[in-house]
Design a protein. Structure first.
Length: 318
């Protein structure tokens, strides 16, 4: 019998899918704490942590003497203290790519919503206002426009495939350039960031938040983009200077933004970008589809069983 504990959001919809992933595994016990902080008794008998959100550090690991591995249910590792995990002799694994389809699809949805003012049109129609031309001069077609992708990983590549279907020109920047055959298959061209920005009618950001990417897109970069451009950020809030983006939106230089991440989330009341024009905001919901969450939990359980059987699980980071 192996024992795993869930440390993450307590939403009943999420927990129902998590429990379903454990149902066919009678040799595994799943502990779901009653609150956000597990008890000493719960952590004391835990061998595996399934981690969605929250901080995992010395304070947690010291209370879990039997802990063998932390399994992140996603690609990001925010909140995990790797030095503390090493000191405790705890392995850490993630699941890169498991949510990529859902995030790429939400990026397309956000782009279309910005380009065609779908939230405003929907609200007007529901209010009985027949105003099809109200946003005529600020609504655009995607066909023939240039889409620039920053970060051509799992999500970036899937997004490129989807944007190609709109007959968009595709360019990208990444610290690691893809192989020529990958670029040819995707129909995408590599450029330095300073060369890419002036061409970007659409800029979609898909990189982790690191020292190098913190504030990567600021006032200077936004000003370098064409007037009327659209910015999409479904990665991490800190990659974009949010105050600079809000100012660019208010000035009209940036025509719209599709944002799934915000500094201070989940407490975003009063966030400056929520008052900016043509912002399509979602509450970090890029991966939140039934298909994605079910797949992520199933893969996480498989990884726990692999580790428990003495085999090397997939995507061990440390």
């Amino acid at each position: 019998m192996i024992t795993a504990i869930w440390i993450g959001e307590q939403d009943p919809e999420v927990l129902s899918l998590l429990c379903a992933a454990f149902t066919p595994v009678p040799e595994a016990e799943l502990i779901i704490p009653e609150g956000p902080v597990p008890s000493d008794e719960e952590l004391g008998r835990t061998q595996y942590i399934l981690n969605g959100t929250g901080v995992l550090d010395d304070a947690v690991f010291s209370r879990a003497p039997k802990l063998r591995m932390v399994q992140r249910v996603g690609a990001g590792t925010d909140g995990i203290d790797f030095d503390a995990a090493r000191r405790a002799g705890v392995a850490v694994a993630n699941l890169p790519g498991a949510n990529s389809v859902a995030v790429a699809e939400l990026a397309v949805a956000s782009l279309l919503a910005c380009a065609r003012h779908l939230p405003e049109l929907n609200s007007a129609a529901h209010a009985g206002q027949w105003t099809p031309n109200r946003w005529l001069h600020s609504s655009i077609e995607l066909s023939g426009k240039t889409a620039a992708i920053i970060g051509l990983g799992h999500i970036g590549r899937l997004l490129a495939v989807r944007l190609a279907a709109f007959d968009m020109r595709l360019i990208y920047f990444d610290v690691f350039r893809q192989r020529p055959e990958v670029e040819a298959q995707l129909g995408i061209e590599f450029m330095a960031l300073e060369d890419l920005l002036p061409l970007a009618d659409v800029l979609s950001i898909h990189v982790p938040l690191t020292e190098e990417t913190n504030g990567l897109i600021g006032a200077k970069e936004l000003a370098a983009m064409p007037t009327g451009s659209i910015v999409l950020n479904l990665s991490r809030a800190g990659v974009v200077d949010e105050e600079a983006l809000a100012a660019s939106l208010h000035s009209g230089h940036t025509a719209g933004a599709g944002l799934d991440v915000f500094t201070g989330e989940p407490n975003i009341a009063g966030h400056p970008l929520l008052d900016a024009p043509n912002v399509v905001a979602t509450p970090h919901a890029g991966a939140q589809t039934r298909d994605t969450v079910s797949r992520v939990f199933s893969r996480a359980v498989e990884n726990l069983l692999e580790h428990a059987a003495g085999r090397t699980p997939a995507h061990v980071i440390d």
